[in-house]
Design a protein around this ligand. Structure first.
Ligand code: NCD
Length: 326
């Protein structure tokens, strides 16, 4: 008996008008639902033995990483390959960049090779938008400075939605180094759009300027911040983005803001623990709690990442399939 061919999901009835994915700011609730719904079908596909589809056959997908990354780059690479695209990885050490001009030079060079999608991570906020203005293909922001990291927020939303069935009305406590976190910013926009209640829990030194404009509740202690929370999202202390000292000592930081069983006890009894990785065990999260399969969905977040990135790649390149091959 012959195997059924792996067909990519049919996108013909789907409305998604964006050319690039630069942030979650600017995505509507419908846009987000479209991405999450499409991602669901890839979750199942990724659990099969034969994971390969041909939706991106003939398409060129370039990963352009100006910052080190293991999980995000691998996740995008797998996503492109599982859709049958040609994926090229370019790592550029940030020490080698002369900011601004070199990014544009690189963009022009790559553009001349006719890629269909460029996935970029860069240490400067706004770099992905700049790139999108210079090239003819779709651009996906895989993290620009402390600005946005939209696919991380989308994979977080997919993880939550699969576990709790919804986003609307949930209390989500985002804790730790919010000032330097593009993950926090992308999550705040997405969760607000989807009707969740976002709380930021951090010492004043780790909160962004103009936090009151973000439409969130602010807490400076874990007891009030985590009370009755459905989701506890921990963030890494991003020391590479800090100039000067933001916390007195790691020990003291863990004492007040590190997640342990005692602090978690005030959240809902079935509250989920999330972390975008990489984790600093013993700094922002207790090592055992991070591995607690009843509470932590950290590994599931990684799994959902591939599915979400497949959905984004498909949606952003689908307009090309209308004219290519005709
Ligand atoms: C995050 C990032 O790079 O912004 N990691 C990730 O994408 N998985 C968070 C972090 O580095 O702490």
């Amino acid at each position: 008996m012959s195997e059924a061919p792996h067909l990519a999901p049919d996108l013909s009835g789907i409305r998604f008008s964006h050319r690039h994915l630069l942030g979650t700011e600017g995505l509507s609730a419908d846009d987000i639902a479209v991405i999450l719904d499409l991602s669901e079908s890839f979750v199942e596909q990724n659990r099969q033995i034969d994971k390969k589809l041909s939706a991106l056959r003939g398409r060129t997908h370039i990963n352009l990483f100006f910052e080190n990354s293991t999980r995000t780059r691998t996740s995008f690479e797998l996503a492109g390959k599982r859709l049958g695209g040609d994926v090229i990885n370019m790592s550029v050490g940030s020490s080698a960049i002369k900011k601004g001009e070199t990014l544009i030079d690189t963009a022009m060079t790559l553009n001349a090779m006719h890629p269909d999608v460029l996935v970029m991570r860069h240490p400067d906020s706004g770099a992905a938008e700049l790139l999108s203005q210079k090239v003819d293909c779709a651009v996906i922001n895989a993290g620009d400075g402390s600005h946005e990291h939209p696919t991380q927020a989308l994979l977080d939303a997919l993880t939550i939605r699969r576990r709790l069935g919804r986003l609307e009305g949930l209390i989500v406590a985002i804790c730790g180094d919010i000032a330097h976190s593009r993950v926090a910013r992308s999550n705040i926009h997405l969760l607000n759009t989807m009707g969740a209640r976002v709380r930021l829990v951090a010492p004043p030194t780790l909160l962004p300027d103009a936090v009151e404009r973000l439409g969130v509740e602010v807490h400076h202690d874990m007891t009030s911040g985590l009370k009755d929370a459905d989701i506890v999202m921990m963030l890494r202390l991003q020391t590479e983005r800090m100039q000067g000292s933001f916390v007195p000592s790691i020990r003291e930081y863990f004492h007040f803001y590190g997640l342990d069983a005692g602090k978690l006890a005030v959240a809902k009894p079935d509250a989920l623990i999330m972390h975008p990785g990489p984790m600093n065990r013993g700094v922002e999260i207790d090592a055992e709690l991070a591995d607690d399969i009843h509470r932590s969905v950290i590994r599931e977040q990684v799994e959902m990442g591939v599915a979400v990135r497949m959905a984004c790649l498909m949606l952003l390149t689908r307009h090309l399939s209308n004219w290519q091959g005709t």
